[in-house]
Ligand binder design. Structure first.
Ligand code: DQA
Length: 151
């Protein structure tokens, strides 16, 4: 069985493509998810992608990961990065390794975006690489999982 990686996108990321393209780029979320599925196939892992605008739905999804065989998470919490103790606590509860991904460089923007409720729990943080950041995160996750599997 290929190791399972969950990809979780937070609020407003469903609007990628038309949402502030100068900040977030012009790649749609559907394209990002398809590129991740294609790359996962090449790398020998499987990805399961989900987006929600609702904090509770994201918390429910993270809780479910404890039972569904998920081994690693790629997470763009979007605006919840800067606000959500609930989503942070869910990640801590399931104790799954995750990479925090941001399309934009959050350190080059408004001061409130420099606070993350996730970075200190994350294995890695990728911020400012645009859609490519997700592919980099997937390569990292696959490397971790497949290298560990060989030991
Ligand atoms: C974001 C950065 C957040 O500050 C913002 O609220 C988002 C997207 C990013 O991918 O750059 O919605 O997570």
């Amino acid at each position: 069985m290929k190791p399972r990686i969950a990809v979780l996108h937070g609020p407003n990321l469903n609007l990628l493509g038309t949402r502030e393209p100068a900040v977030y780029g012009s790649t749609t979320l559907a394209r990002i998810d398809q590129d991740l599925r294609d790359l996962a196939e090449q790398l020998g892992v499987q990805v399961d992608c989900m987006q929600s605008n609702h904090e509770g739905a994201l918390v429910d999804r993270v809780q479910a990961m404890a039972q569904d065989g998920t081994r690693f998470v790629l997470l763009n919490p979007a605006a919840y990065t800067h606000t959500s103790v609930a989503l942070r606590d869910a990640l801590a509860a399931v104790a799954l390794p995750f990479v925090e991904v941001h399309l934009s460089n959050v350190y080059r923007r408004e001061a409130f975006r420099r606070t993350s409720y996730f970075s200190d729990l994350a294995e890695a943080v990728i911020s400012g690489c645009g859609a490519l950041g997700y592919s980099l995160a997937l390569r990292f996750a696959a490397d971790r999982l497949l290298t560990k599997a060989q030991n």
